[in-house]
Design a protein around this ligand. Structure first.
Ligand code: KE4
Length: 439
């Protein structure tokens, strides 16, 4: 199956991270999934900790979602004309995220971010965009900027096929560094259209904002007349019903969403104050469009998912966080006992175990910290866990996710698999630091 896929599709995958390049080996091909479990074509079962990269917060094949999609499919799969479902899902999003007065649906997080950037540039009449190293906002040209481009230099394309002219107005700064943000604005007064970030980073592994970082960004952008864009494609409806902005009490000007709001079907969205969103055609001068935007099946899956989350409310998220803590901290405790340096970053139902070399500090608060991880050892751990029926995201720089149907059985099985896997690693540990040699 792998060989056939590789003959027909570059790398055999429709998205690079699925190719397991960061962890080695071939990724199993999946046949189906249910609840917290994935089932591959050879009949192996895995506890799922990447959840389709975020959407599967209810668990796979949630009955209400499947029922809604089946029902919608019977009425045709796409119209390219308005349906009541779009406004119904929009209302469920807006009820949960007060900063959004109006939104538009698209078919991916990439489209949502690309469109939000365009409307921010139109609304402010400015060109420059500021992002942060380690934050991923989809693969639109202007946002694929090499890490480390920093305040001094022009945005340097982070991928082949992107002309420097496209990224010259993009600056990537260090996450959690307000000083760099101040310096950037001092160098480019009146030029910055927007600052975009993952309010909790999931694409460098999980990295939390320092106390005051988000508040500082809000104050600076307010003062400078730039828009603050929270890319909540991953954190939206993941960390709380109102996402990271609810947790940290920040009101961004624009928010991008995806993943969970489509319940596993292709949906992205961008939204914010009506005065900004009304720049969009057919009302305003900003063109943005999509054949399958607001697709009826995707809307049905999103409505079923968000209805379940609205019904579950704060208690739903508290339970998710409790189960996540037991899993993440349970495995970290095993690593500690075995003398394997791991830093666990965790919030809500997102977490990452950073495998540290024994010399580095144990704090991971920006991309440089994350990049000091022992990715080879993470790769060995990933493979060992996969062999024991636990499928972690196949990269040190991805967040793991827990669903509402991960329970006692999955907690115990994951910690047991980790005990075996980490013990197997100890033989490959580098020479321990002097302190741990002390007799
Ligand atoms: P999509 O275009 O992949 O739907 O969304 C892009 C995107 C935008 N913003 C954030 C914060 C995101 O996390 C993403 C996509 N996340 C990755 C997972 N790290 C998608 C997985 C993949 O690329 O295959």
């Amino acid at each position: 199956m792998q060989r056939r896929a590789e003959r027909l599709i570059p790398g055999g995958v429709d998205s690079p991270v699925r190719a397991f390049r960061a962890v080695g080996g071939d990724a199993p091909f999946l046949e189906r999934a249910e609840g917290a479990y994935l089932y591959d074509v050879d009949g192996n079962r895995y506890i799922d900790y990447f959840g389709s990269w975020g959407p599967m917060i209810l668990g796979h094949a949630a009955p209400a979602v499947i029922e809604a999609v089946r029902d919608a499919a019977g009425r045709s799969t796409s119209f390219g004309a308005s349906t009541g479902a779009e406004a119904e899902l929009a209302q469920l999003v807006i009820d949960a995220v007060p900063s959004i007065e109006k939104l538009r649906f698209v078919s991916s997080g990439t489209e949502a971010v690309m469109s939000a950037i365009r409307v921010a540039r139109a609304f402010t009449g400015r060109k420059r965009i500021v992002k942060f190293e380690g934050c991923y906002h989809g693969h639109s040209d202007a946002l694929l900027v090499k890490a480390g481009s920093g305040v001094a230099t022009l945005g340097i394309p982070g991928s082949a096929g992107i002309p420097v002219e496209t990224t010259q107005f993009t600056t990537a700064l260090r996450y959690n560094d307000l000083e760099e943000v101040e310096t950037l604005f001092a160098r480019h007064p009146g030029e910055v259209a927007c600052v975009i970030l993952e309010p909790v980073v999931g694409n460098a592994g999980t990295i939390l904002p320092d106390e005051g970082f988000l508040q500082g960004l809000r104050a600076i952008t307010e003062r400078e007349g730039a828009l603050l864009i929270f890319d909540e494609v991953m954190t939206g409806f993941r960390l709380a019903l109102g996402g990271a902005q609810e947790i940290f009490g920040i009101t961004p000007d624009l928010t991008t969403l995806g993943k969970i709001i489509g319940g596993g079907l292709p949906v992205g969205a961008f939204g914010g104050r009506a005065e900004i969103m009304d720049q969009l055609a057919p009302l305003g001068p900003v063109y943005q469009a999509g054949t399958l935007s607001g697709n009826p099946l995707a809307m049905a899956a999103g409505i079923a998912t968000l209805n379940a989350l609205h019904t579950g409310g704060p208690e739903f998220y508290r339970n998710l966080a409790k189960v996540t803590a037991r899993i993440a901290d349970g495995v970290a405790a095993v690593a500690e006992d075995l003398g394997i340096p791991i830093t666990t970053n965790r919030i809500g139902s997102m977490f990452t175990w950073f495998f540290r070399d024994s010399s580095g500090s144990d704090i991971v608060r920006d991309f440089d910290d994350a990049a000091r991880s022992d990715t080879a050892r993470f790769g060995h751990f990933h493979r060992a866990m996969l062999e024991r029926g636990v499928w972690l995201p196949p990269s040190q720089y991805e967040a793991a996710f827990v669903s509402a149907v991960h329970g006692e059985v999955e907690i115990a099985a994951t910690i047991a698999a980790a005990k075996d896997s980490l013990a197997a690693l100890t033989g490959e540990l580098h020479v321990p630091s002097a302190s741990s040699l002390a007799l």
